[in-house]
Design a protein around this ligand. Structure first.
Ligand SMILES: [Zn+2]
Length: 453
């Protein structure tokens, strides 16, 4: 086991000393260890060990006494540029949200708009301790440029609909292959069919074939609500999950956004799938008056459920810590069971299950040697967090992303003392403000799609 004192790799690039560290044991259960130091070489954690009073040589040292080091938050499903539409479509049902607001406004987007909005999104994510985000949107060349320059990690997919014809899936595949491994390996990619109700069964099958051929993740909206599942049963005679199975998408690495409408009949197909995960964004479900992702069913099927925010046009924030708290509370309410989803389980969803949902187990989601140095420091001296009887309970029920003061991705400090280092936030806010009137114009009377699910 290498350590910070006499590592053949030489002095550490980054050394974090005196931290309490959130660790996972061999069974994946969460525990905390006090007064640890974390040794980072390049982008990788090389050791986590008890302090011995000395400070080994390192290029950069962070004194983390009084702080918790935990894996950075992973946003398993978002449309990051949609921060531009934050707050424009509230208190409406989902069909009106799409047909009267979002899809008519998305006609207006240019690639430059997407780039500017993504800068705002990454600033928000770095500020709230998100170190990886799985994005599903248009103009991902622009999104990839921002990921590269901002230092974040991302799983990028270029959205397509069957109304785009064969060109849709083709551009999604080309972009997935172009950007795979970019930004020093911080970008991985996915094929991104929009949803089971906007992409035909034939195109879903072609997507599964391409995913197999090129070893790509598939990121798709499916079974987003109970209503959608009911409509699918009425129109087609099978559920959205069954549509994925028939297409071959349960035999590949597939990330399902939402899964709120997953029903017990879906369980055999999901139990047989060993590389399928779900991203859950509970705040938006509550706003739209819906249920939430059925965590108990999915746990029984062995399907990892990661945390997500969806776009800020529905969730209002890209704050995954907030999603963790919502997931816990709404699941207890839906299950009518205060013992279900205890805090350590919520933290497991935020860490290892989120990594598994993206197919990135062994790379992110854990602080351990060999994993990427993607972590945040939480200031445990914040008044709202004291006193601490059980740190897991403190984090899930008292904590907020505001308590994070440092964000690190691939060993690089992106936020220090709550200051985002890689984004000129003021300039981005002003630039985006100058675009808003044009972006929200709906007088053209056209739309990118119509929602009927
Ligand atoms: Zn979505």
């Amino acid at each position: 086991m290498p350590d910070g004192r006499n590592d053949e790799r030489g002095p550490a690039d980054l050394l974090i000393t005196g931290a309490t560290v959130l660790l996972h044991d061999a069974a994946g259960e969460i525990r905390f260890a006090d007064d640890q130091r974390i040794v980072v070489h390049g982008d990788t954690i090389t050791a986590i060990e008890a302090s011995d009073g000395s400070t080994p040589a390192a290029v950069e040292v962070i004194d983390a006494r009084g702080k918790l080091a935990m894996p950075g938050f992973i946003n398993c499903h978002t449309h990051s540029p949609m921060v531009m539409f934050r707050g424009v479509a509230e208190d409406v049902p989902d069909d009106r949200w799409f047909n009267e607001f979002i899809w008519p406004m998305e006609v207006n987007l240019t690639e430059e708009d997407v780039e500017v909005a993504t800068w705002l999104a990454v600033a928000e994510m770095i500020r709230s301790g998100v170190t990886t985000f799985a994005d599903h949107y248009f103009d991902i060349d622009a999104i990839a440029r921002v990921v590269d320059a901002s230092g974040l990690r991302a799983v990028l997919g270029s959205t397509y609909f069957s109304t785009d014809g064969a060109a849709g899936i083709q551009q999604s595949l080309e972009r997935a292959l172009d950007h795979r491994g970019a930004a020093g390996g911080r970008i991985t990619t996915a094929l991104a069919p929009h949803a089971t109700y906007t992409v035909s069964d034939e195109d879903l099958a072609a997507t599964a074939a391409a995913a197999h051929e090129y070893g790509l993740l598939v990121h798709v909206h499916a079974s987003e609500s109970r209503t959608q599942t009911r409509h699918s049963l009425e129109r087609l005679g099978y559920t959205p999950i069954e549509a994925l199975r028939r297409a071959g998408l349960l035999d590949t690495q597939t990330l399902i956004a939402h899964g709120v409408g997953i029903v017990p009949e879906d369980l055999p197909a999901l139990s047989a799938a060993d590389r399928v995960g779900v991203g859950s964004a509970p705040k938006g479900y509550l706003k739209h008056g819906q249920d939430t992702t059925p965590i108990r069913l999915l746990a029984a099927a062995g399907v990892p459920v990661g945390l997500a925010t969806d776009g800020a046009a529905s969730n209002n924030t890209l704050d995954v810590w907030e999603s963790m708290t919502y997931l816990t509370l709404v699941t207890k309410a839906v299950e009518r069971d205060p013992t279900f989803m205890p805090a350590r389980t919520a933290l497991r969803h935020a860490t290892t299950e989120s990594a598994a949902a993206l197919g990135l187990t062994g790379t992110i989601g854990r602080l351990a040697p060999g994993h990427q140095a993607d972590l945040v420091l939480v200031d445990l001296r914040a008044p709202r967090l004291q006193p601490i009887h059980d740190l897991a309970n403190t984090l899930v029920y008292s904590g907020r992303s505001d308590d994070i003061d440092t964000t690190i991705v691939a060993g690089r400090v992106l936020m220090r003392d709550k200051r985002v280092l890689t984004v000129d936030v003021g300039a981005i806010i002003d630039d985006l403000a100058s675009r808003l009137a044009r972006l929200t114009d709906r007088s053209h009377g056209t739309s990118i799609q119509s929602y009927d699910a």
